[in-house]
Design a protein around this ligand. Structure first.
Ligand SMILES: Cc1ncc(COP(=O)(O)O)c(C=O)c1O
Length: 390
């Protein structure tokens, strides 16, 4: 095609940082022994040490102990382990779980499957900007409640929930608090002690680490039933040969992600929002207050232009973004997040999500804005909605 890709889909997955690739490579080519061989030979012991170093580096970033971090295959598995694992282990205490309507499917679907097993789940509403109401959460907690699972950062509109307040409330009421922290790690500071978090899910590929590795923080003393039976790996919470190159890459990605990176991206975000809102009929979706929005998230709807057509045309121009329209969810419904926020179908159908990383430049964003303007204007000229005067 000859044109340079402008990749603005970083909430889905990020470029692996060159430093991360470099750190991982020896664990494919030279140090390929596994940690479970630690008692048999030196390469096994070295593998175990590499795994321990990676675990300690990530744990220290969130103020946890190394043995409180369980490596998983990613955020989906971490969410499943947290939710199903806590529900199954605490069945005798109660059968009620609270979550929100805007969670990632890797939270919503485990909740649905627990409902089929007889658990009761409350799905909290969110406001127009994507925030849950703490009073509603408090009212929803009953004597049967064993777990609250509320995400830290929303995948579509970037709303940052007040996890410190949620954690405080859960601790007061003696209920476990799990947060899907997949999109927050690295980008925002996290102290699991201060926030009273019992369980937190992570995924390396959201912060320039490799795909296929993530983790679950499990506060010491919290009981989980494991999903995978097998060997004694990961403190007996996750059987299976450890992904040592993945763990090393994950730790490197965490280590090199700085607050300056987040600041730089936040600057790009604000500039992009301002420019996109200069396009006629553009409306910002999600939080207005930049401090309550993920540093890399921009979500805008363009009246009288359909999201799916916009992304296809932008793709032809080498710009990768996604829409909250039907194709996003594979179902024929627009994004469950935008609908839960109370947006009408048309607004959800015309929403475009641009998510940024430290590898994006202001020039790229200027080009993306100009391309969006062109595409939106062209689509409007042929839009039946516009011609119908709606
Ligand atoms: C908020 C959130 N939670 C969980 C996940 C799942 O993570 P993974 O891709 O590592 O399974 C994602 C990925 O899209 C996400 O955005």
């Amino acid at each position: 095609m000859g044109q340079e890709l402008i990749y603005l889909d970083n909430a889905t997955s990020t470029k692996v940082a060159p430093e991360v690739v470099e750190a991982m490579l020896p664990y494919f080519t030279e140090r390929y022994a596994v940690a479970s061989s630690q008692f048999s030979h030196t390469p096994g012991l070295e593998a175990k040490e590499a795994l321990d170093r990676a675990r300690a580096a990530i744990a220290s970033r969130i103020n946890a102990q190394p043995e409180e971090l369980v490596f998983t295959s990613g955020g989906t598995e971490a969410n499943n382990l947290a939710i199903k694992g806590a529900a199954w282990a605490n069945r005798k205490k109660g059968n009620h779980i609270i979550t929100s309507k805007i969670e990632h499917l890797s939270v919503l679907h485990p909740c649905r499957s627990l409902e089929r097993e007889g658990f009761q789940v409350t799905y909290l509403d969110v406001d127009h900007e994507g925030f849950i109401d703490l009073d509603q959460l408090e009212d929803a907690i009953t004597d049967e409640t064993i777990l609250v699972s509320i995400q830290w950062v929303n995948q579509e509109v970037g709303a940052i929930q007040n996890i410190e307040e949620i954690g405080r409330l859960c601790r007061e009421r003696g209920v476990l608090f799990h947060t899907d922290a997949v999109l927050g790690l690295g980008w925002l500071p996290l102290d699991v002690q201060e926030a009273n978090i019992d369980l937190a899910s992570f995924s390396a590929h959201k912060l320039h680490g490799p795909k296929g590795i993530g983790g679950l923080y499990v506060r010491s003393g919290v009981k989980l039933k494991r999903l995978l039976d097998g060997g004694y790996n990961e403190f007996e919470l996750r059987a299976g040969t450890e992904n040592i190159p993945g763990a090393v890459g994950f730790a490197k990605a965490v280590e090199i992600f700085t607050s300056e990176d987040a600041e730089y991206v936040r600057g790009l975000r604000d500039r992009l929002i301002e420019s996109l809102l200069g396009i006629e009929g553009a409306e910002l979706n999600g939080p207005r207050d930049g401090a309550r929005r993920h540093p890399g998230n921009v979500n805008v709807s363009f009246r009288f232009a359909e999201g799916e057509s916009i992304i296809l045309h932008l793709d032809m121009k080498g710009i990768a973004v996604i829409t909250g329209s039907a194709c996003f969810s594979r179902a024929l419904e627009p994004s469950h997040v935008l609908l839960a926020m109370g947006y009408p179908h048309e607004r959800a159908h015309s929403s475009i999500r641009y998510t940024l990383s430290r590898y994006n430049t202001p020039e790229e964003l200027d080009r993306a804005v100009e391309a969006t303007r062109e595409v939106v204007e062209r689509l409007r000229q042929i839009s039946p909605m516009k011609r119908g005067g709606r």
